[in-house]
Design a protein around this ligand. Structure first.
Ligand code: PEP
Ligand code: MN
Length: 359
């Protein structure tokens, strides 16, 4: 073949490539329009039946030289690319997305306590509310240390049904009374959609726990009320699943959502879970919501709480959560990992002394 002939064929190939590019781009525009229609109708974008029909049609008019299997593979790639495009656009339009809102969301709790603002937040308190005395003892110690928000579980999602399940509504009342006595705010986990409304009188922040991160009915119920929500990352949730869970709450109108990384399950046994520090900057980047780090449930061990809290703050976290109990050895849940009051004071001083905790 002469060079001139080769050049002619190459030019023709360039032309075909350009035509193919223009056609697949045009196809993408049509897919996008279909996506908008489907979004309005509330039907899923991926329709396997329709994809099958399109492939059958293509294969039946295939005259070669490509085999039917090659045609299927090539077109499946094109179909997938269009779907990816749609989901990338969908992600950008999420209410939780940084693309939707550039500025950080700052949540104002009662008493002017801000989450996600200039100051870092330390949330501390017992794993479970066990008694009035236990809760008041912690509340007094926290108030003395300058803590503003106390946590305490009343509905405990325990692995075993035979373990302490929490004091329920009575626990919420005890938490509220102790908090009020010492001028603190309250955070407590709610596990049942029906308990959201009654809990509003007792909690300043509704916690949705790791085990319920994808309890969609609970997320929807939390989205219906006007009370800040602290959403924990699921035990094995990807960040995409995590932000979609937050989207469930926001999509129902509740814009006051805080995210908290609490460790994920890995094969590692030297910690209770694996604290995913990378989640912090990614969540700050992808969403505009405040991000906290729970050092207690992620590590499950007291000896590394300070470096893990520092790491969380250095990575951009807006706050830290830690568990405190007057006598951890006798605690009805998480006995091994709660700090006693003296240990908490030391922990808090060390975190503040690092300069990473913004005051
Ligand atoms: C808790 O914070 O009390 C708790 C149960 O944590 P998690 O949902 O992260 O396991
Ligand atoms: Mn706990």
């Amino acid at each position: 073949m002469s060079n001139a002939e080769l050049d002619r064929l190459r030019d023709r190939l360039d032309e075909i490539n350009a035509e193919l590019l223009s056609l697949i781009s045009e196809r993408a525009e049509v897919v996008r329009e279909i996506g908008t229609v489907k979004e309005k109708q509330g039907v899923p974008k991926f329709d396997p039946e329709r994809e099958k029909q399109m492939l059958e049609k293509l294969v039946s008019s295939n005259k070669g030289p490509f085999t039917n299997s090659t045609i299927r593979t090539l077109f499946k790639q094109i179909f997938q690319a269009s779907l990816d495009l749609q989901s990338a656009e969908h992600k950008k339009s999420l209410l939780v997305s940084r693309k939707t809102r550039k500025e950080d969301t700052v949540i104002e709790l009662p008493q002017g306590v801000l989450v996600g603002g200039a100051a870092s937040l330390m949330v501390a308190g017992p794993c479970s509310v066990e008694s009035e005395e236990q809760t008041r003892t912690v509340a007094a110690a926290l108030a003395k240390a300058g803590i503003k928000v106390m946590r305490g579980g009343a509905f405990k999602p325990r692995t075993s049904p035979y373990d302490f399940q929490g004091l329920g509504m009575d626990g919420l009342r005890i938490l509220r009374e102790a908090a009020d006595e010492y001028g603190l705010l309250t955070i407590s986990e709610i596990v049942d959609p029906a308990h959201i409304e009654p809990a509003l009188d007792y909690v300043d922040v509704i916690q949705i726990g790791a085990r319920n991160m994808q309890n969609f009915e609970l997320l929807k119920a939390a989205g219906e009320v006007r009370k800040p929500v602290l959403l924990k990352r699921g035990l094995a949730a990807t960040l995409e699943e995590f932000i979609h869970a937050a989207e469930y709450i926001m999509s129902r109108g509740n814009t006051e959502v805080m995210l908290i990384e609490r460790g994920i399950r890995t094969y590692e046994k030297w910690t209770r879970n694996t604290l995913d520090i990378s989640a912090v900057p990614i969540l700050k980047q992808e969403t505009h919501l405040p991000v906290l780090v729970d050092v207690t449930h992620s590590t499950g061990r007291k000896d590394i709480l300070v470096p893990c809290a520092k790491a969380g703050l250095a990575a951009g976290a807006d706050g830290i959560m830690v568990e405190v109990h007057p006598d951890p050895a006798t605690a009805l849940s998480d006995a091994a990992q709660q700090l006693n009051i003296e240990e908490f004071n030391q922990f808090y001083n060390d975190v503040k002394a690092s300069g990473l905790f913004r005051q």
